[in-house]
Design a protein around this ligand. Structure first.
Ligand code: NAP
Length: 295
């Protein structure tokens, strides 16, 4: 049986990944930092490790779990930051991540699937961060390079775009649209010409599993990066029309009711390499249809 250690297992994608790993027959360990407030996966089948903040505790749990693959999804996401957000952003996205790979090194665990963001590529650049969150992802990438070159770590970074699917409690776009459809309260939005690249969470989970198999098959020598894209970005206005169509609802949007965000991504990054052996299977129409996909 293959063993996984997952960070970010209480989050939207991480909770789906834990369930996907269990279904695929993996033994799963998770690292959490606070008591679980709700049931996200079958706790009787998952080994839960509490992180006390120290690197030493991560080393101990890594030695105990001895994972074949570490799946690193823990992150603090903020589309824009305030003064008080700088330290938590660094703690979650740089410090904790560095502690994790140091622990891997100490415990001789050498396969990592890490998580980046398309927002590291504003206006299609090789590197141009949309925001400080994206910059912290890049900063960790620079640290990761040291462990790959000097310590023999093998890593795949999956650069994700926007995601959606069941169990998404984040107050993001699809939720806002669903709320507006339900309450019929007008939702002020930007002019809506920006494109969005939405990937269903089940497809995202498959990408992690494919990446893990690639590492286990010894097909990765150093650090590889892949884009997990739908390949079919849609304009925000088109997305609302699709949602209205598949759900049979009206979403009262006031287009132009607010400005575009600073450094709004009008055209998603297209420069990423596709992950070998993976392509999205769930189109927007079927992914958004069905029962309350995002509640
Ligand atoms: N969802 C997307 O559309 C999207 C797009 C691009 C990239 N990504 C990346 O994909 C990954 C998963 O995203 P998500 O949407 O599932 O995230 P999420 O729902 O916001 O969950 C974040 C997870 O990270 C954990 N975490 C945050 N800071 C931590 C720390 N300092 N120590 C330990 N755990 C910490 C949280 O644990 P607590 O429960 O303790 O808070 C939670 O489990 C992230 O790396 C994110 O940057 C996501």
């Amino acid at each position: 049986m293959k063993t996984a250690l997952v960070t970010g297992s209480t989050g939207f994608i991480g909770s789906h990944l834990v369930n996907g790993l269990l279904v695929a027959g993996w033994q799963v360990h998770v690292v959490i930092r606070k008591p679980l407030s709700r049931s996200l996966w079958d706790q009787s089948r998952v080994q839960v490790h509490h992180h006390d903040g120290s690197t030493e505790s991560l080393v101990s749990m890594m030695r105990e779990a001895r994972p074949d693959v570490v799946f690193h999804l823990a992150s603090l996401f903020l589309s824009s930051h305030r003064v008080e957000d700088v330290v938590p952003l660094m703690q979650s996205n740089v410090q904790f991540s560095a502690q994790l790979i140091e622990a891997m090194h100490q415990a001789n665990c050498d396969r990592l699937v890490d998580t980046g963001t398309s927002w590291q590529h504003y206006q299609g650049m090789a590197y141009s961060p949309v925001n400080l969150y994206a910059a912290t992802k890049q900063a960790f990438g620079a640290i990761l390079q040291y462990y790959v070159e000097a310590c023999g770590l093998r890593a795949i970074t999956l650069e994700l775009f926007d995601t959606y699917g069941s169990g998404d409690t984040r107050r993001k776009l699809i939720h806002l649209l669903e709320d507006a459809a339900r309450t019929q309260q007008t939702l002020p939005m930007s002019p809506g010409e920006q494109k969005i690249d939405l990937v269903h969470v089940d497809d995202v989970v498959r990408a992690y599993l494919v990446a893990a198999e690639r590492l286990l098959a010894d097909q990765v020598r150093g650090h590889e990066c892949y884009a997990v894209s739908s390949g079919r970005p849609v304009r925000l206005k088109e997305l609302v029309a699709i949602l209205e169509h598949v759900r049979g609802v009206t979403v009262p949007v006031q287009w132009g009711g607010r400005d575009y965000r600073e450094r709004e991504v009008m055209e998603p990054w297209r420069g990423g390499k596709p992950l070998p052996g993976w392509s999205p299977q769930i189109g927007l129409e079927s992914g958004l249809g069905g029962d309350a996909c995002c509640s």
